[in-house]
Design a protein around this ligand. Structure first.
Ligand code: DGJ
Length: 388
């Protein structure tokens, strides 16, 4: 049995055990359950007093409002209801945090559907939705990680949806794997020739030194060339020149890719670059400050927290340099129990926050939200202190 099979078995086993533990637990109310799972973190109540059900999301500014989009998750189970929206008025002079605002719920603005022919049919998984306003097309464009009903995490697709208004309803546009048939823009002819010679059947055993070299050289890029690159955990970034980028965990979550989006944000130009090949990074969160791009990621441990990773580059196309984790204080080694989802830049106030989810796999809807200020040390490196 190879390591990949071991990996799969471990995931299946832990899911079965988790589910069994859940069923075995005596009936408890939702709030007691949430309290037990996260004694340290309070809920984030919306204007109606309900915990904000928007996870793996983003907060963007629009017309004097903060728009908070995120995964609408059921109380139980691992599938999706769709993407929810909460709004709050922007405050003039005070930096806002997720818990300092009064969030009005607009419900689910991109909903899963009952049509069994649809890729977003009920039972699918919609994760990490990110929304951008496209001034050219005058549409809000939403990108998200989509997994198909009943197929676990194997599809690894990016979904696209649009709406002329922030409240939607968003119309599902299409889903795809990025950049089928295209090699990374910085691959030379020799790099391409080398990658083309790599075959997964020659590397049945994962994590060996030879396998690591092959992954870095494009073993999985080559495997997925025809159907397109895998795209799971993701974020988006619109640069100062208006170019939009989609940054996602690809190649079996081993390598991040930064792919340029078309001007309508509904597809790929074919220019893409790899970040930290073989580094196993998830949950990418990006921001730019004084011409330098900073990327905060997590490792890959399912719903469990792990140590954050930090990268920087002076060009979004790379090369990227890895630095020590920016998290400081008690719990920093496990990102205070959270996993990053978005960097919330409140530009007028020059405030930057690291938003993270404290996942609760027993009830994803109850997962908590962290919103921690990003400060900078004397060398200009970001620092994130734990919750007070
Ligand atoms: C970690 C990812 O960051 C989450 O978005 C989700 O996909 C879980 N893995 C699933 O285990």
């Amino acid at each position: 049995m190879n390591t990949r099979t071991n990996h799969l078995l471990a995931t299946v086993l832990s899911t079965v055990l988790l589910t069994a533990a859940f069923i075995a637990a005596s009936p408890i109310t939702a709030s007691a359950q949430h309290h037990r799972a996260h004694p340290g973190y309070p809920a984030t109540p919306d204007a109606d007093g309900r915990h904000v059900n928007a996870h793996g999301g983003c907060v963007i500014a629009h017309d004097g409002q903060w728009l908070w989009y995120g995964e609408a998750r059921p109380e139980r189970g691992f599938t999706s209801l769709g993407v929810s929206l909460y709004t709050a008025p922007m405050t003039e002079n005070t930096p806002a945090t997720l818990s300092s605002l009064c969030w009005k719920s607009h419900g689910v603005v991109l909903s899963v559907v009952d049509d069994t022919a649809s890729l977003i049919q009920r039972g699918c998984i919609i994760e990490r939705p990110k929304v951008m306003w496209n001034a050219r097309t005058r549409q809000f464009v939403m990108l998200f990680h989509l997994e198909l009903k009943g197929r676990g995490y194997e599809a690894a697709l990016t979904g696209f949806a649009t709406s002329p208004t922030p409240e939607g309803p968003f119309t599902f546009h299409h889903a795809q794997r990025p950049n089928a048939g295209v090699w990374p823009a910085d691959f030379s002819n020799e790099d391409i020739a080398k990658a083309k010679r790599l075959s997964v059947s020659d590397y049945p055993e994962w994590w060996t030194p030879e396998w690591r070299v092959a992954v870095a050289d494009g073993l999985l890029l080559n495997r997925d060339m025809e159907q397109g690159q895998m795209s799971r955990d993701m974020t988006v970034f619109v640069d100062d020149d208006g170019t939009a980028w989609h940054i996602f965990s690809s190649e079996e979550n081993l390598t991040l890719q930064a792919a340029e989006l078309t001007p309508d944000y509904l597809g790929y130009t074919g220019r893409y670059y790899r970040i930290a090949p073989g580094g196993q990074n998830e949950a990418p969160c990006i921001f730019k400050r004084d011409g330098r791009y900073w990327l905060i990621c997590s490792g890959c441990t399912g719903w469990d927290p792990n140590e954050a990773r930090l990268f920087s580059s002076f060009d979004i196309r790379g090369p990227w340099t890895q630095h020590p984790s920016p998290m400081r204080g008690q719990g920093a080694r496990r990102t205070f129990g959270g996993q990053g989802t978005w960097i919330w830049q409140q530009s007028a106030l020059q405030s930057i926050y690291f938003m993270a989810d404290v996942w609760n796999p027993r009830s994803l809807a109850a997962s908590r939200h962290l919103c921690l200020p990003v400060t900078f040390d004397a060398d200009g490196f970001p620092v994130v202190n734990g919750p007070q």
